[in-house]
Design a binder for this molecule. Structure first.
Ligand SMILES: *Cc1c(COP(=O)(O)O)cnc(C)c1O
Length: 396
């Protein structure tokens, strides 16, 4: 038996709780804050059972009742999600840790977990009749959007910093998107999209400026619980740029508790950033509820180069409520940890994922984490998308 109907109820302002109608085109709330999708979880609980998941699709769409898409024919899927959770035997043993796993999101379509968010957002565009989308991106979100827009036959307009990894530029061009390279950061790209979208008739798919990318990314939380037999780990390391994944997983844990699938225990959420762009770490250390714009942001981990995340307050809430922490590592330590993981485990991960490996080494060293704790690292992309960054270590 498969129950596959959405139980979407309404949208809600993440700050005021004010309700907005589902099934209509929506970006931010009236106060300029992200909107979250809410479901009728009682109906879902009465009609859906976690044991049935085994018969569902081997993609993130196995969780369709808690996804926003109403018509199955709207779904634009390239096989995103249901990625492997791999135990790090040799790397873990060297650190003295016996229970470290890596969730390998690099195996998603377009080589990053951005596929989850954009599959969901583009599916909703199809459902709502949107035909032109625009996105400012540090790289991987653009690749994913270009791919799903191509699959849906939707026009994609992409604005990226001009030093974006070559893989992202080439993918977007190959997928037939309209690409503009900007001499600036993702925040400058976002401004251009904001200024032009009305005149051009673009739907703005910027991080957290529409409600559905979170819904795709939250499936990482559902999957983790399912793959760990419904017992969440003690700690989760997450490379935090815009923070969509952390916010999404935190939401998923809440939903699963309401579904009766997990208890009230939560993993410690560890937000990992890099020294060259660490607005969330600074805010965390200062006890602030919001971050401040991080000037002169610089790192080869393109996905972490977000100087002022719109959802900073939601990231900080999850980190604090979970008893986690926020930590920054240097680009050097990050790249070294990435190569070490490749050498010891045969997995070639993105610098963003490698930042989590470096952070793990630090927090085990400091005693924040104990050797026998169950730890999950999110590798958010494939190392193959970052050949320029790795070339610096292996010149020919
Ligand atoms: C976008 C991106 C991140 C940051 O993701 P958020 O959920 O927005 O914090 C991390 N790693 C990679 C590879 C990315 O593409």
């Amino acid at each position: 038996m498969i129950f596959s109907m959405t139980t979407v109820a309404h949208l809600e302002c993440s700050v005021t709780g004010e309700r907005y109608e589902a099934g209509k085109v929506q970006n931010l709330s009236k106060t300029g804050m992200p909107l979250l999708v809410r479901y009728d979880l009682k109906t879902a609980r009465d009609n859906w059972n976690r044991e049935w998941l085994a018969n569902g699709p081997r993609s993130m769409w196995r969780y369709a009742p808690v996804m926003p898409v109403a018509k199955p024919t709207s779904i634009v899927s390239l096989g995103e999600g249901w990625t492997p959770l791999m135990k790090l035997k040799r790397y873990g043993a060297e650190l003295g840790c016996s229970n470290v796993w890596l969730k390998d999101e690099g195996l998603n379509p377009t080589g990053s977990f951005k596929a989850r968010g954009l599959s969901c957002a583009v599916s909703m565009c199809v459902e709502l009749g949107i035909t032109k989308v625009a996105i400012p991106s540090a790289g991987n979100a653009a690749s994913a959007m270009a791919a799903y827009a191509a699959a849906a036959g939707i026009e994609a307009h992409i604005f990226m910093p001009k030093d974006v990894p070559q893989s992202n530029y080439i993918e977007c061009k190959a997928f037939g998107a309209r690409v503009t390279l900007i001499d600036g950061l993702i925040s400058d790209c976002a401004k251009i999209v904001g200024d032009r979208k009305e005149a051009e008739g673009w739907f703005d798919v910027s991080t957290l400026k529409e409600p559905y990318r979170i819904e795709g990314k939250k499936t990482m939380g559902y999957e983790l619980a399912e793959q760990m037999m419904w017992k969440l780990p003690d700690a989760i390391f997450y490379p935090t740029g815009g923070g969509v994944g952390i916010i999404g997983m935190w939401k998923a844990f809440d939903e699963m508790e309401q579904l009766g699938w997990i208890g009230p225990e939560r993993p410690r959420m560890i937000a990992v950033q890099v020294e060259g762009c660490q607005p969330v770490v600074r805010a965390y250390n200062e006890g602030a509820e919001r971050s401040q714009f991080f000037e002169n942001a610089a790192t080869v981990a393109a996905g972490l180069r977000v100087p002022k995340p719109l959802g900073d307050f939601l990231i900080l809430q999850a980190v604090r409520q979970s008893g986690g922490t926020a930590i920054a590592v240097s680009d050097d330590d990050m790249m070294r940890a990435g190569v070490r993981l490749a050498t010891e485990e045969g997995m070639f991960i993105a610098p963003e994922g490698a930042a989590c490996m470096a952070a793990l080494e630090k927090l085990v060293g400091s005693g924040f984490l104990k050797a026998n704790e169950r730890i999950v690292i999110y590798n958010t992309g494939s190392g193959l998308k970052y050949l320029e960054a790795y070339s610096a270590l292996f010149p020919r």
